[in-house]
Design a protein around this ligand. Structure first.
Ligand SMILES: Cc1cc2nc3c(=O)[nH]c(=O)nc-3n(C[C@H](O)[C@H](O)[C@H](O)COP(=O)(O)OP(=O)(O)OC[C@H]3O[C@@H](n4cnc5c(N)ncnc54)[C@H](O)[C@@H]3O)c2cc1C
Length: 415
């Protein structure tokens, strides 16, 4: 297989899958390598952690995506190293896979910014494993608080990071405390539980318009989320979070939504690194100064043809994957490459039931409230990979909206 592979893709996320799909459509022999056997849909991980939807709704086996695409082979293996000269990768089991072209689309990992205790005691939210681990910890903490006098303060959650991920998970946990815990446990326990959303910046949702920020803050407060803004986290312990202003919040669970960086594979690749440890790619999505090496999605700092920075978003990664495949197809037949043209669809963040903010399109048309809520659901339904996943997510959302029931079990272990 290896000697005839034209393109090796590392990572079966938004970028890698879109790239492989387009290469497959063009009949180019491709090997897609991912350490997991499935594609995971990060935008809905917070709903898995909040038991709103199930794991099978946000994952899809990579082999099922490509089972009809004969020239795309899927390999489940973790890539340990990259050889930029030979365009080959070596997996942790010692096998080396060479290709004519190499696509690095291996995503990012949580950035704890060397905050003492954060990596050890906080729960990140970047993978299915993270989401099930957090979901399990939340349920376990509620069970303990329901029976143990030592937890008579209820469950105290601190979410670090006021970007879309932090906003979405704090809104979802607060809604669980407000609407689900009274029936599943007791109104008295629900009354005592708390959620704090904290950020070193004075506002949440930094890239959004001021009106969206103000709306989101108001809605979060209405749902019971307390905001602590303008002071960075300096320390995390098993029971608390300390801030630069010398204040401390007690915390039974700390969620880390404080930022992302490119992972070790990229750090050790020898590629020149830019902001967030990512690779500053050229406008045609290639690694600077190298032939036949593309870097996409959350692994790259991408710009458009005018040099504007592009966001770390699923839709951007997906479009970049498809674009890179077209450039690769052109290069393989002796043609040139074109600079990436990103179709900007805007930003969105869910706050909770009936409340979301959206800034649509390049002109950033502001939409708040129920209309943005429905738009958010529609956009994420379209982005989800697989008809079964879409249908199932729709049922879960309807169930949640109509009855606040939580029928999904989390699969992790409290550890
Ligand atoms: C919690 C959360 C919520 C988000 N919400 C939204 C949203 O609402 N809308 C939106 O547009 N975007 C959202 N994003 C951003 C979006 O998910 C990312 O921008 C997008 O997933 C990036 O795609 P990617 O293909 O670059 O990386 P990923 O989707 O992360 O895929 C990387 C893949 O590489 C694999 N991999 C990593 N290392 C290795 C290795 N060494 N060997 C083999 N395989 C490897 C991983 O298993 C993974 O499958 C969210 C992100 C997070 C974390």
């Amino acid at each position: 297989m290896s000697t005839t592979t034209e393109v090796i893709i590392v990572g079966g996320g938004f970028a890698g899958v879109a790239c492989a799909r387009e290469l497959g459509r063009r009949g180019i022999r491709t090997l897609l390598i991912d350490k997991n056997s499935y594609h995971q849909f990060q935008p809905l991980l917070y709903q898995v952690a909040a038991s709103q939807i199930g794991v099978s709704e946000v994952t899809r086996p990579l082999r099922s995506i490509f089972h009809r695409t004969r020239n795309v082979k899927v390999l489940t293996a973790e890539v340990a190293s990259i050889d930029l000269d030979s365009h080959s990768v070596t997996t942790t089991d010692g096998h080396t896979y060479p290709g004519r072209m190499l696509v690095l689309a291996n995503g990012a990992e949580p950035n704890f910014f060397n905050t003492p205790g954060a990596q050890e005691h906080a729960y990140p939210l970047y993978s299915i494993r993270d989401a099930t681990r957090l979901g399990t910890a939340l349920v376990a903490a509620l069970n303990t608080a329901n029976t143990e006098p030592t937890m008579e303060h209820g469950v105290r959650v601190v979410v670090v990071g006021g970007g879309p991920t932090g906003v979405e998970i704090s809104g979802a946990i607060a809604e669980n405390f407000k609407y689900v815990v009274p029936g599943y446990f007791s109104p008295e326990l629900a009354e005592k539980c708390s959620v704090h959303l904290v950020d070193m910046l004075p506002n949440i949702l930094t890239p959004f318009d001021d009106k969206s920020k103000a709306y989101a803050e108001k809605q979060l407060r209405k749902k019971g989320v307390q905001l602590k803004l303008g002071s960075g986290v300096t320390n995390v312990t098993p029971g608390s979070v300390t801030f630069a202003d010398d204040t401390t919040l007690p915390a039974d669970i700390v969620v880390w939504a404080g930022g992302l960086k490119a992972g070790r594979l990229i750090a050790e690749s020898g590629l020149p690194l830019g902001r967030g440890g990512r690779v500053d790619v050229s406008p045609d999505l290639k690694a600077p100064g190298l032939q036949g090496v593309y870097v996409l999605g959350d692994t790259a700092n991408m710009t458009d043809a005018q040099g504007n920075k592009l966001p770390q978003l699923g839709s951007c990664a997906q479009q970049a994957g498809k674009w890179a495949a077209k450039n690769i197809a052109s290069e393989l037949t002796g043609g040139g490459t074109k600079p990436f043209e990103y179709r900007d669809k805007g930003y969105m963040a869910m706050i909770g039931r009936g409340a979301a903010v959206a800034e649509l399109g390049r002109k950033r048309r502001l939409v708040h409230g129920p209309v943005a809520f429905v738009a958010w659901l529609a956009v994420h339904l379209v982005l989800l990979s697989g008809g079964r996943q879409r249908a199932s997510a729709l049922i879960s959302w309807a169930e949640d909206y109509l009855s606040h029931s939580r029928t999904h079990v989390v699969l992790g272990r409290a550890d």
